[in-house]
Design a protein around this ligand. Structure first.
Ligand code: PMP
Length: 402
C-alpha cells in the first residue's frame, strides 16, 4: 500500500547536522544549527532553568495530569506580560487572550489555521527570505496564495525598505503579513523604529492583518523590553494582531516545545468567542499542551529573583553573539578579505547573512568542512568560538579569494 510514496526532499538544516555528524575532519565546524552554543561550542542549559527543574523534581504536588486545552493559565498571562509589558493598554483593558502552543511553530500553525478557517484569509505575505517553515505552515493550513515581500537587498546587504513597502502596498484585500518581531531569521536585519512606523501605516492602510513571529526576544539588544518594540507599538496604537512567541532560544528549551500564541482583540467580549474556536483547533491538533517547559517559564517569569537571573543569562547570550560578530569582522579585515564585511557587525540576533554565494558555501562545506546554509550563506554567530574563529575567518578568506 505504500509502494507509490515518493521520498520528500531533505530538510536542509537537519541534513546539514547529519552530514556534520558524519564528518571525521578534526576542525569541522557547524555554523548551520539554529541553537545557542557556549564558547566551548556546547549547548547551554541555563543555570536558572536547572534551579527550577531541581525544585520541580522535589515538588510532590506536581503530576502528569492533562493541562487545560489552552494551557497553564499562569503561563499564558506571564507570557502576555513579557510580550506587551505591564503597562500594556490591551492587558489593562482585558483585550488579550493567549494559547500555550507546541513551540513557536505550533503557535504559528494555530494562527494560520484560525485565520484561514474562521476569518477566511487566503493570502499571506512572508519576507524574502524568511524562516523555512513559514510558507509551508500557511500552505498546510489551506492558504492558497503565499507571497513574498522584498526584504533583503543583496547589493546593500541591508533592508530593502522601499521594496517592502511597495509589495505590501500591492497586497490584495484580506491579506495576512508575518512580521519578524525582532532579530530577523535568517538575515539579522531589522527595520528601524521609524521604518516600523511606515510599515505599520502601510499595513493599516491596506487592511493587512499582522502576525508577529517573535522567536528571539532578548537576542537583539540583550534587553527583553527593547526587543518587544514591535508588539508594544501595535498595542499602543490600538491595532488588533496576533503574536507567536517561542521560548526555545531565550530559555534554551528547544526540545520542550514551549510557545504561546497571543491574540490582541478590539474588546473583551470577543475573547470568549476566540477562545472557544481556538480550543476546537487545539483539540484536534495536539489536544492539550506539554507541561515541563511551560512550568519552567512560568516559575521564572513570576519569581523576581529567578527572573533577574534569567535576564542576566539573556544579556550573556546576546553579548557573546555580539563579541563573535566583532571578532569575525576584525579578522576578515585583518586578513584583507575582499569586500565590505560591515554587515556582520550591523546585523543583529543569532544569525548573519554573510553574503557568500551558494557556490562558495559548497566550497566551505566540501573543502573546509564548515557547514552553513546555502541561502545567503547564513551562519549562526554563536556557533563561532574563540577556538574556531581563526579557522572560519581564514576559510572564508580563501573561498572569497579563490
Ligand atoms: N520563528 C522563527 C523565525 C524561528 O527562527 C523559529 C525557530 N527556528 C521559530 C519561529 C520556531 O521556534 P520553535 O522551535 O519554538 O518552534
Amino acid at each position: 500500500v505504500f509502494a507509490d510514496i515518493e521520498g520528500a526532499p531533505a530538510i536542509e538544516v537537519f541534513k546539514l547536522i547529519g552530514d556534520y555528524n558524519e564528518d571525521t575532519f578534526d576542525k569541522k565546524v557547524n555554523l548551520g544549527v539554529g541553537a545557542y552554543r557556549t564558547d566551548e561550542g556546547k549547548p547551554w542549559v541555563l543555570p536558572v532553568v536547572k534551579t527550577v527543574e531541581a525544585m520541580m523534581a522535589g515538588d510532590a504536588g506536581l503530576n502528569h495530569e492533562y493541562l487545560p486545552i489552552s494551557g497553564l493559565p499562569d503561563y499564558r498571562t506571564a507570557c502576555q506580560k513579557l510580550l506587551l509589558g505591564s503597562e500594556s493598554p490591551a492587558i489593562q483593558s482585558s483585550r488579550v487572550e493567549s494559547f500555550q502552543a507546541c513551540g513557536g511553530t505550533g503557535a504559528i500553525r494555530l494562527a494560520a489555521d484560525f485565520l484561514k478557517r474562521l476569518m477566511n484569509f487566503d493570502c499571506v505575505y512572508v519576507s524574502k527570505p524568511t524562516w523555512g517553515n513559514h510558507k509551508t505552515i500557511f500552505k498546510r493550513s489551506g492558504f492558497s496564495d503565499v507571497r513574498e515581500y522584498r526584504y533583503w537587498h543583496p547589493e546593500t546587504k541591508s533592508l530593502d525598505f522601499q521594496g517592502m513597502l511597495e509589495d505590501l502596498n500591492n497586497a490584495p484585500e484580506k491579506s495576512v503579513v508575518i512580521l519578524h518581531g525582532v532579530a530577523h531569521n535568517p538575515t539579522g536585519v531589522d527595520p528601524t523604529k521609524d521604518q516600523w512606523v511606515e510599515i505599520i501605516k502601510t499595513c493599516q492602510a491596506k487592511n493587512i492583518f499582522i502576525l508577529v513571529d517573535i522567536a528571539y526576544q532578548g537576542f537583539a539588544t540583550g534587553d527583553l523590553d527593547a526587543d518587544a518594540h514591535l508588539p508594544r507599538y501595535l498595542d499602543r496604537n490600538n491595532i488588533e494582531f496576533m503574536a507567536a512567541q517561542s521560548f526555545s532560544k531565550n530559555f534554551g528549551l528547544y526540545n520542550e516545545r514551549t510557545g504561546n500564541l497571543v491574540v490582541v482583540c478590539a474588546n473583551s467580549e470577543l475573547k470568549a468567542k476566540i477562545r472557544s474556536q481556538m480550543e476546537l483547533i487545539i483539540r484536534v491538533t495536539w489536544s492539550n499542551p506539554p507541561n515541563h517547559g511551560a512550568r519552567i517559564v512560568t516559575t521564572v517569569l513570576n519569581n523576581p529573583a529567578n527572573c533577574a537571573e534569567w535576564k542576566e543569562h539573556i544579556k550573556e547570550m546576546a553579548s557573546r553573539i555580539k563579541q563573535m560578530r566583532q571578532m569575525l569582522h576584525a579578522k576578515l579585515k585583518a586578513l584583507g578579505t575582499p569586500g565590505n564585511w560591515d554587515h556582520i557587525i550591523q546585523q543583529i540576533g543569532m544569525f548573519s547573512f554573510t553574503g557568500l554565494s551558494p557556490k562558495q558555501v559548497e566550497v566551505m562545506i566540501n573543502k573546509y568542512h564548515i557547514y552553513l546554509l546555502k541561502e545567503g550563506g547564513r551562519i549562526n554567530m554563536c556557533a563561532l568560538t574563540t577556538s574556531n574563529i581563526d579557522y572560519v575567518a581564514k576559510s572564508i578568506h580563501s573561498v572569497v579569494t579563490e
